[in-house]
Design a protein around this ligand. Structure first.
Ligand code: KIV
Length: 269
């Protein structure tokens, strides 16, 4: 039986145990991951991982809604958060509210995520004030990365470190229930994680963070276009899929598949 997850339960995990998060873009993946995760993110990384596009900037509202609906059909108890895609929220709090409200209404998800810090505090305040929970995302922001360029790790200078602290503070004041920290050097990420009032979720950031998130296809060895340093592969399903397809091919060619058990026969009278 599915239990509607509560944002307050997610926040309460801070200081109790590490928070487990993964991306999910499809119904079967949501079904498989849900028992093991506190949060499933329908990330705009779907554009690269599933559609083979060059950047997350190619994701759009329709894409996020379609995949959000698929994930919501099979989630049981994990919180489902959907990325607001690039271009759908940055212009104004009103634009962010219109996009977030559409995603929430059409998917029934629990929250949205957006990328940015101090610059987006008014947008976050507007969403939270309208009853839409928001997960923040600071540090390396893929929606802002130049296509084809290497993703840049942040926090190396005093200015960047101060900006990251200011970003986290502004998001917390605006009302986010958690913050994803991506690609931030260790001492800076650790110091933000230690002082942040809401759960911090690291990806290429500190183990001090309250939880971790990775792209599921990276974890499973299903996406090899680019593997960042922060990824650990816990399986190599691409090899398993290749082996299964080779067995299928051999069975079709040598006639050992299908057998009579896979076929339909007239009913005996
Ligand atoms: O789109 C995404 O997958 C993300 C992550 C934090 C992994 O934003």
């Amino acid at each position: 039986m599915s239990v509607k997850p509560e944002i307050s339960d997610f926040i309460a995990l801070k200081g109790q145990r590490k928070i487990v998060c993964l991306t999910a873009y499809s119904a079967p993946m949501a079904h498989a991951l849900d028992p093991h995760c506190d949060l499933l993110l329908v990330g705009d990384s779907v554009a690269m991982v599933i559609y083979g596009m060059d950047t997350t900037q190619n994701a759009d509202l329709d894409m996020m809604i379609r995949h959000g609906q698929a994930v919501m059909r099979r989630r049981q108890s994990a919180l489902v958060v959907i990325d607001l895609p690039a271009g759908s929220y940055e212009n104004s709090p009103a634009q962010a509210l219109a996009s977030a409200a559409e995603i929430m209404a059409k998917t029934g998800a629990d929250a949205v995520k957006l990328e940015g810090g101090t610059d987006l505090a008014p947008h976050v305040k507007c969403l939270v004030g309208s009853g839409i929970p928001v997960l923040g995302h600071i540090g390396l922001l893929p929606q802002h990365a130049v296509a084809g360029a290497a993703f840049r790790i942040t926090g190396r200078s005093d200015e960047e470190s101060a900006q990251l602290h200011a970003d986290a503070d502004a998001l917390v004041t605006a009302g986010v229930f958690g913050i994803v920290m991506e690609g931030v050097i260790e001492p800076v990420a650790a110091s933000i994680a230690q002082s942040c009032a809401v759960p911090t979720i690291g990806i290429g950031a500190s183990a001090v963070c309250d939880g971790q998130i990775l792209v599921t296809e990276d974890v499973l060895g299903l996406y090899d276009a680019f593997t960042p340093k922060f990824v650990r592969k816990f399986a190599n399903l691409q090899d398993d899929i290749g082996a299964a397809a080779a067995h299928y091919r051999a069975a079709v060619i040598d006639g050992s598949f299908p057998t009579k058990d896979h076929l339909f026969w007239p009913k005996k009278t």
